[in-house]
Design a binder for this molecule. Structure first.
Ligand code: FA5
Length: 349
């Protein structure tokens, strides 16, 4: 029968404690831990000796191995937290570290200025009793042209060249494509706006893009007037800009309104002195409008002797440019991060 090797355990413990005392860094501590307390470490591997001992001695030997391991572990953890604390204190002392500096700002996203203006317009028009509607970007030739009094051979088609799909449908060239749809859906009198993305097959410059946003507005009632239309447009613009803006009204031709107008706004990018956005004229075409043509009312299933209407087609992208003084429309959908990072609005402020 072999004698109980308790002395060896006590010696091992002393070796471990000495090693701990020598360890001056966290890495060195981890090394001591691996050497003595790891699965194959010299203390834990003592358990493998149990089988060779007299069965009556096994409990006492096993218990002593565990006690030694626990004691070494306890001292090791104490050394570890001391070393961590010392490392932290050292880092705080370092000349480049200033704990009073503000922390790193978390990156947060922001809403697209088009979304901010769109939400603002929705809010303004809702408060005036308008429905806010959404219509398809891919639409039929009928809703985009014919229903709006623009038959296939009409020269006005040249003003809005579009992208055709192979199934005969097209990418809508204007939000006016929703006009006949609203009349077919709602029982008059009603008021509605329908904002959205529109597409034109044309070359781009500072104020023209091939993809841009408009907001259509429509009001159908027994009797409507140009005066009401113009005053609603002025209210809308002063709400968006938070002040009176200078506008001018010119006659404008659109086959789906009679009479038709162009409502221009004094350019807010250059203050009216002339720039590439207003083509040096000081004015920006923003808001064509007019009284709905009887043929369009008929296309919508309404009797023009009974119902009248006005409509407008606001160039929302240009409105955004005026609101935020953006000098080129192509920034809006260009995806340049340097441009985006200037906007921080969340719509909640
Ligand atoms: C129209 O699209 C008509 N549907 C507007 C309308 C509606 C008239 C209801 C009468 C009644 P126009 O093509 O002018 O009209 O476009 C309307 C507005 O969209 C313009 O005033 C301008 O602000 C904007 N716009 C037109 N083309 C572009 C473009 N390529 N890029 C950016 N904005 C544009």
């Amino acid at each position: 029968m072999s004698s109980l090797p308790i002395d060896e355990l006590i010696e091992l413990k002393q070796l471990a404690l000495n090693a701990l005392e020598q360890a001056q860094t966290l890495d060195a501590l981890t090394e001591v831990e691996r050497e003595y307390l790891g699965k194959k470490g010299s203390i834990r591997s003592q358990m493998r000796r149990l089988g060779k001992l007299d069965p009556s001695q096994r409990p006492i030997f096993g218990k002593t191995v565990n006690e030694v391991a626990q004691e070494v572990e306890k001292i090791l953890e104490a050394s570890r937290s001391q070393l961590k604390e010392a490392e932290r204190a050292e880092a705080l002392k370092a000349p480049h570290f200033d704990p009073t500096l503000p922390g790193m700002k978390a990156q947060s996203g922001a809403l697209h200025p088009l979304t901010l203006i769109d939400w603002r317009l929705d809010e303004i028009f809702r408060s005036m009793g308008f429905y806010v509607l959404d219509y398809p970007e891919v639409d039929s030739e009928y809703y985009n042209f014919e229903g709006l009094n623009i038959p296939a051979d009409h020269p006005a088609r040249d003003m809005q060249d579009t992208f055709w799909l192979t199934n005969g449908k097209l990418l809508r060239t204007h939000t006016s494509a929703g006009q006949v749809r609203t009349m077919q859906t709602f029982k008059p009198p009603f008021k509605a706006i329908f904002p959205g993305r529109v597409f034109r097959y044309e070359s781009t410059d500072a104020s023209h893009d091939h993809t841009f946003h408009q907001v259509e507005g429509i009001y159908i009632a027994k009797e409507v007037s140009v005066a009401h239309l113009i005053s609603s447009m002025k209210t809308l613009l002063s709400e968006v800009f938070g002040r009176e803006v200078k506008v001018r009204l010119r006659p404008g031709y659109f086959p789906f309104v009679e009479p038709g107008f162009e409502l221009d706004i004094s350019c807010l990018v250059c203050g009216g002195s002339g720039c590439s956005v207003c083509k040096q004229s000081g004015w920006v075409e923003l808001l064509p409008c007019g009284l709905i043509h009887p043929n369009v009312l008929r296309a919508g299933g309404l009797d023009p002797d009974e119902w009248q209407g006005w409509a407008f087609g606001l160039g929302m992208s240009r409105l955004v440019m005026m609101r935020y003084q953006i000098e080129d429309i192509r920034h809006l959908l260009g995806g340049d991060i340097r441009f985006w990072s200037q906007f921080t609005g969340t719509g909640l402020e």
